[in-house]
Design a protein around this ligand. Sequence first.
Ligand code: APR
Length: 231
Amino acid sequence: MRTVILTGAGISAESGVKTFRDSGGLWEGHDVRDVATPEAFERDPLLVQRFYDARRSQVRSVQPNDAHLALARLEAELGDDLLLVTQNVDDLHERAGSQRVLHMHGELLRARCLTCGERPGWADDLAHAPPCPACGEPRLRPDIVWFGEVPYHLEEIQEALFACELFAAIGTSGEVYPAAGFVAVAAAAGARTVELNLKASNVTDLFDEVHTGPATATVPRWADALLAGRG
Ligand code: APR
């Protein structure tokens, strides 16, 4: 069954990565507008670089949880029939074993050169303005899609949504577009739609089926049932 799964911050919450909107609009103490827009980066590049440096080093200290692992098992069974699209910038899906992951909002462990456009893998800090490995210019920014920027892989995602028979959204609040609109696209294409979330999201009403609870409990159960149902 051709399946698209969209994940958000909620799937990494039990690994210890903070979600964006569960702490009163603040993101680890910062208003998102101060750290996650191109304007913020122009105004105060050091603040933004330090913020992402801290997040990058935090992600190195956390581990994938049972929900990430369940999705990797699902991929092992479904193969190319499964496309995993994540809004998360951590690498927990990959570390759990998922191989086909589209990071529509970019990746913490990647930088982007403002001079030559290269997007090198990057595990260290950026605040000290290291040189780009490709062109040597010290103009690397985090390879994160900020508010007002266009997400990655939209064409490929749209094609998969048009063709899918099952769409699941896991741990995402349905507040940020275009991802929040994926359920409507998949439903219009005839897919069955499933939401797995700790609580109702902004778009819960659009789903055929809703599983409420922490991702480490709901996702393995749902994935196992899906595989059992394939007989
Ligand atoms: N299990 C399942 N769901 C959970 C859990 C959990 N343990 N903990 C929290 N959630 C759910 C919340 O109920 C909420 O619906 O995860 C969702 C987190 O929502 P957001 O913080 O808004 O995260 P997300 O939807 O991924 O944000 C989308 O917004 O700031 C931008 O670019 C950023 O990718 C991000 C995008």
